[in-house]
Design a protein around this ligand. Sequence first.
Ligand code: FES
Ligand code: FE2
Length: 335
Amino acid sequence: MLENHWYIACPSRKLKNQPLARELFGRKLVFFRDASGQAAALDDCCPHRNAPLSGGKVVGGCLTCPYHGWGFDGGGRLEKVPYAPGQPPACRTVSFDCVEQDGYVWVCPGGKTPETAPLDFPHLNLPGWTSFRMETLFHATVEACLENFLDCPHATHVHRYWFRTPTARPVKAEIRMLEDGAVTEYFQEPREKSLVWSLLSPGKTVSMRHTDRYIMPATSRVDYEFGDGRAYNITSSCTPVDDTHTRVFTVISFRRGWLGPLVRLFFHPLSRLIINQDVRMLDQTQENIERRGSAEFMALEQDVLFNPIREWRNALREGAPPPEAGRQWQVELKL
Ligand code: FES
Ligand SMILES: [Fe+2]
C-alpha cells in the first residue's frame, strides 16, 4: 500500500535527453522524456531479453533498448523493432504514473494512481522567501530518516554546538494526531550557544513558534516562525530506494527578505554539514541492525513522534484504517 503514493524520483533538471535509472521500493525504474517532453517512467527491464533500458538512448522520444534497439514510448508501448519489417507486435512494458511539480519528477511506484497531487513545498518561489534544495542518500529506512528529522533530543548530541547545545531546561511538547499525520509543537524551547541559533535566530526576547510535522506517507516538515517575521521551513520528502536505503529530497526555505541570498551562502553549506552528521549516525545504526539481524527499538514518550510515525506507516502498509485524528497529549522533556 505504501507504493500507491507519489515519491520524488529526481529533480526535473536532472532529466534531460538521456534515460535515468532510479531504484524505488527495491525495483529498478528508468525515467526519460517522451516525444512531448513529458517525464515518463518504465520498468528498467526490456520485455524482449531483459536488458536494462536505462543503458539505452532516447531517440525521437522513444526509449531505445541497448541490446537490439526496440523502442518504447512514454506509456511503455513498443513503437519500433529496427530489424523487423512492418508494424511492431502489440507489446507493452510496465509503465508508472509520473508528474512534475515544484521542480521534481514524481512517480507512483504502485499500480494505483493517487487521487491527489504530490505534496507541495509550501514556500518555494514565494515573495520574500529564499530556498535551496538538497538530495541525500541515507543508509537507513524511511522510518529511521523521518524520526531523525523530527527528533529534537538527538540534536544536542549529533549536532552539539552546531545546531543545539544542551541546557537541560524543561520544554513542553504538545503532540496531536492529524488527518494526514501528526504534529508536535514545542513551548519554552531554549536557543543558545550554537552556530545555527547565533546566526539565524533574532535573539531570545523575540517570540518563537516551533512545530515538527509528519505528513504521511514519507514527509517531514519543521517550521520555525519568529515574532519579527523571520521564518524557517525544512521539508524533507523520503523516497524508499530499497529496504535499507532512502533518498531524501530536502527543501529549505526561509523568510529573510533581501538578505535571503546572502543568508543562503552560508546556510546551504552549514545545512549540508549538519545533514551529513545524521547520515553518519543513521549509517551506524543501520549497520548495527543488519549485524544483529533484527530491528528492535525502545521509545520513550519524549521520543515524541516515534510512535505516531510507526502507527501511521504500519496502518498504510497493512491497508488498515489510519490512526484517529484529534488525539492529543503533552509531554515534558529537557533540551
Ligand atoms: S533486450 Fe531489449 S531489444 Fe532485445
Ligand atoms: Fe539531525
